[in-house]
Design a protein around this ligand. Structure first.
Ligand code: GTQ
Length: 355
């Protein structure tokens, strides 16, 4: 960085010598770096990419032959953006993985400062316990485990259970505020009964004396049966948004804000034959397809990349790539992004349509 020539010009010997001296004092000349440090528009390393579920499902199931959930603690295949190999990132700001729990297995209790979400892809009988409150998970269900909440997972069913993990790990890592504890026992002691938090906070009421804290939703399970029905009903009376179809955000019912303080989460419906208009956002978005098939067309500068998706595939659109979604069949797609973080920091931007 420090000795890159300014505007391609050669650096004179006396400047070179001066820069060398600066390095020795842990300083560097801004004027040699400004143009690539602060760019007119985002310069993004991550690329739009798709993980074909039918392909990685085999790899994931194979992992059960290689290691037990007990030994692994979390038996997860990390989904790494091809340009961010070894960095545990699906985009610059977010982590994603696919986790497998075999029948009878338990992934032991721990807690950590990164917040996590689960989006169930396959199998019944899997559960997550958050601070001891158990919730069973079905495909399409969305579960949150807030920062520093104790959580363990298990599978009481008879088939493998697979879900996508989404974590704000790269953000937390970048800041440095990383903490983790292991619970002394395999599972956190049973706490509130199943469904307690949904009853307590999910019926447009809340216990007196409790206000919103603006952090994570106290409801940690958002069942697909409810959210899918909501989309279906709304689609009868709501005009399609040209850029998103019908897109709803999961919220914290006590505050009306996003369900998680660092990860925005959405469920969207695209009717058969729908094509969204060109859209550009600073959000880094990871999509998990629940139903349907179609494609995403991404503008890569000089060229266009078309990525075909179908149910259970996972794909990403990093910051600032103009893109359009197209559905060949009615499609429902879950997605998560860093929008809430960017909005809080005043950095969020979007651009609709052509320039
Ligand atoms: O299930 O707690 O994919 O702690 C990565 C880190 C899952 C989890 C991941 C984790 C978990």
């Amino acid at each position: 960085m420090g000795t890159k020539p300014l505007d391609g010009k050669k650096i004179s010997e006396d400047r070179k010598e001066y820069y060398g001296k600066l390095r020795g004092h842990s300083c560097a000349p801004l004027w040699e770096n400004l143009a690539h440090l602060i760019t007119p528009e985002p310069v993004i390393t991550a690329i739009p990419y798709l993980w074909d579920y039918s392909e990685i499902r085999e790899d994931l199931l194979h992992s059960a032959k290689v290691i037990s959930a007990e030994e692994a603690e979390r038996r997860v295949l990390m989904l790494e953006n091809p340009t961010l190999e070894g960095k545990a990132r699906i985009t610059e700001s977010m982590y994603a993985g696919l986790q497998l729990i075999m029948p009878g297995e338990v992934a032991r209790a721990h807690r950590h400062s990164p917040a996590a979400l689960r989006f169930i892809v396959e199998g019944s009988g899997g559960y997550t316990a958050v601070n001891g409150e158990k919730t069973y998970m079905e495909p399409g269900d969305f579960i949150i485990t807030p920062s520093m909440a104790w959580h363990d997972h298990g599978n009481d069913g008879s088939d493998p259970v697979i879900w996508m993990d989404g974590l704000d790990l790269p953000l937390v890592n970048h800041i440095g505020a990383m903490f983790m504890d292991h619970y002394p026992d395999e599972q956190f002691p049973e706490g509130q009964p199943q469904g307690d938090s949904s009853v307590r906070y999910g019926n447009n009421m809340r216990p007196i004396g409790e206000g919103p804290d603006g952090l994570d939703s106290p409801i940690f399970s958002y069942p697909y049966s409810k959210s899918r029905e909501t989309l279906e009903e709304l689609s009868k009376t709501t005009e399609w948004d040209p850029y998103h179809g019908l897109k709803l955000e999961y919220i914290d019912p006590t505050s009306g804000g996003p369900a998680m303080s660092t990860i925005s989460t959405f469920l969207q419906l695209l009717p058969k034959g729908f094509k969204t208009e060109k859209y550009q956002t600073t959000e880094n978005t990871t999509y998990s397809v629940i139903e349907g098939k179609g494609r995403i067309i991404v503008n890569m500068g000089d060229s266009t990349k078309t990525i075909e998706w179908e149910d259970r595939d996972i794909f990403v659109v990093p910051c600032w790539y103009p893109h359009q979604l197209e559905a060949d069949e009615n499609a429902t797609i879950f997605s998560f992004s860093d929008k809430v973080v960017q909005t809080k920091l005043g950095l969020y931007r979007e651009h609709r349509g052509n320039k």
